[in-house]
Design a binder for this molecule. Sequence first.
Ligand SMILES: Cc1ncc(COP(=O)(O)O)c(C=O)c1O
Length: 481
Amino acid sequence: MTGLMGTDNKTSITKYQQVKHFIVNGIESGVFQHGDKLPSIRQLGIELSVSKNTVIRAYQELEAQEWISAVPKSGYVVQSQTAQVTQAIAPKHVDLLGICKEFLSYPNHKERLPCGSAHPNIDAPAITSLYAEIGRHARMQPHIASHYQLPPGDDLLIKQLAKITQDTGTNASLSDVFITHGAQQAISLALRATTKPGDIVAVESPCYFGNLLLLESLGLKAIEVPSCPRDGMYPEALKEAIKQWDVKAIVVTPNFTNPTGALMPVAHREKLLTYSGEIPIIEDDVFGGLSYQAPLPSLYSLDDKRRVIYVNSLSKNLDSRLRLGWVLPGKYHHQIEQGLLCDHMGSLNLMQSAVAAFLSSGKYKTHTSKMIRLYQGNVRRFLALFQQSMDTRNLRHQYRVYPVHGSYLLWFELPQHVDCYQVYQQCKSQKLSILPGSVFATQNQFNHCFRISVANFSADTDWQPALNLLVEILQEHIERP
Ligand SMILES: Cc1ncc(COP(=O)(O)O)c(C=O)c1O
């Protein structure tokens, strides 16, 4: 389901740049791995229908940029990722609030392509039952003694959340669970428990903008660790970052990274734990429950040092408006409890008791399985229609999209010269909603990318006209001189 940028289009990108894209994409997606011999100049020229000189120029530039190196008498090989990593890293303060405020505001019209935000589909009978339960609990409130819902939270809800955590393969005893105001508060508490202002935190690249905003508000610096859209954060890249900088915490999303949908293989999870030594890890697992296949072991369950703080929420599987998340604090129990109690004196009694009752009804599990099937179908449908539309315009080789094994997010890469912020603005004026790559990084590295959420495509919508319009806009930008 991937398209490789190729050479058969009459676009403004020069042919040697397209050859470069082809090789870089291959390296980033793991098709060409460290030490692999690359196709010979002649072979690649034939494969991509370009001249030898075009390939030579592309290879020479890639060599200068340390992607590949020439080996006497045997051609070119892929350089180790670490060489690229040392170049890429520089801790940086985050400054994204301004731009994020623009994307976080919602239109008051119906969108033709509702793909901008990563909220789940709430058009389901379970959601109706959930709100009926919330109504019932609201009516019960006058008859219940008034008190703060102090941390760790409602007993029954804790029991249900521990069960949800266990169902995705992570052991959680009842005393481990603290209920939070969404995963956002949980990650904030975890960062405050492990860092102080000015510290350096390693994050994926691209990284969920909400996590970057937390670094911004806490005065922390981000090291954006090169990450693969398929496998997530490169452990070797993290190792290099740690060697070079005093990294105080790591925030990572091994399951279905936002925005790329990357799923970190178990071997990489193990390496990440080894390379990071004693550094605290904040494992953001908000999409973990939306796996199309059996779950992989979490970092929390693989770690034997209790320095992984596990974070999850009901925002992606059920409804983000509940603002219900939870955290397993590992050895940072005291700090997390202190943060929760002192800052907020507890959380919402009503929501906690109502959601606990809903979860106890058993409807959640059926709902989640149904949603996973829906999202998997939507991903398949979206990609098929998108590809069809791009093919019609002879744009097959002008984008790359990565297969996903869970969640409802898709990450598209366009040729480097495309400015997806402009694409986003043009889409917005046509009531098409996408999210530009610029919000997922501190330095505009992903300006040529955009994220799509397919959660809210309803079965009765005719997607093709909206998708055609999106593709028309993309074409204009791809072919812009
Ligand atoms: C990767 C990731 N982490 C955390 C969050 C925050 O989740 P919550 O709504 O539970 O605060 C989100 C929300 O989009 C997310 O995508």
